[in-house]
Design a binder for this molecule. Sequence first.
Ligand code: SF4
Length: 360
Amino acid sequence: MRRAPLVDVVVGPQNYHRLPALLDEAGRGARVVDTEFAPDSKFDAIPAAERETIRRRGVSAFVTVQEGCDKFCTFCVVPYTRGAEMSRPVEAIVAEVARLARAGVCEITLIGQNVNAYHGEAPEGGIWSLGRLLARVAQVDGIERVRYTTSHPRDVDEDLIAAHRDVPQLMPYLHLPVQSGSDRVLAAMNRRHTRREYVRIIERIHRARPDIAFSSDFIVGFPGETEADFRQTLSLVDEVDYAGAFSFKYSARPGTPAATMADQVPEPMKNERLARLQAAIHRNQTAFNARFLGTEIDVLLDKPGRRAGQLVGRSPYLQPVHVMLPESRIGDIVRVSVTEIGRRIPSQDLRRQEIEHCPG
Ligand code: SF4
């Protein structure tokens, strides 16, 4: 407010349900700042979307189940801006999913800044993990596909791995950010796991669901990252064989520990590493997509395509798939023969949906 005198209201992400009252206050001439973490849940105050609004948004919907983060990665502002981890009760989530399903939604993505830290109050008392919640949500009438994002490797537990084995509606595509392949950098980032531990988690999930594919986030040029550290990241990309990934140059967030670390990496070096990393990711992704040529995959048709008579849908791996079918088929899951592979990157499409997520 000091820097921008024109601003009347500053409201934090946990308090936007109070916006009408805050605007009233501002209307009376006050300059209003409300960035505390409110003890009441905004989810109880926000009205449910109307059936028509849900329909307009399409057959796939996001449902927030968790907010905040207790991990304190040294590059990230989320723990400071979103506060401590909180989870919505199971019943409220199931009711929301059922309402969405009645309006025609058949794919649900459970979201949270650190979604697999979910620990929500269960209907009969006690606390449920994300794995149990996923199994319950998948039972809602009309829900055919379930996903979740974004996860921290340390919060992958037995329940979650069991869900990948036992819940057929849980799609075999998991975004599990690692950030770096170097143990030295992982420690400096306060990720609290090693490369080997991460790879073991990947292996366990893979054993539970052999057709699963993974994507990740990577940061290049974290303070102190050497060429040897960076090569560890490149080798991890090949070891895990990611189907897609987001990659970023490190940029300092004021107030985070990494912002004041020594050995900040020069910008040209970050650019060079990012280009090499993206080439490696692209190579893996192209090879992953090429495996589908000549096969059949299930596609959830979700919107009209650019050409007349064309629809676009999603494969289980979030690859956009173009099919010649009438608009009346939107919302159907159809078996499609793949005759041609384009160059589109599936994980970029996930980001385009502007989900609010853990940056790592
Ligand atoms: S990167 Fe993710 S896990 Fe780490 S502090 Fe940020 S939100 Fe939490």
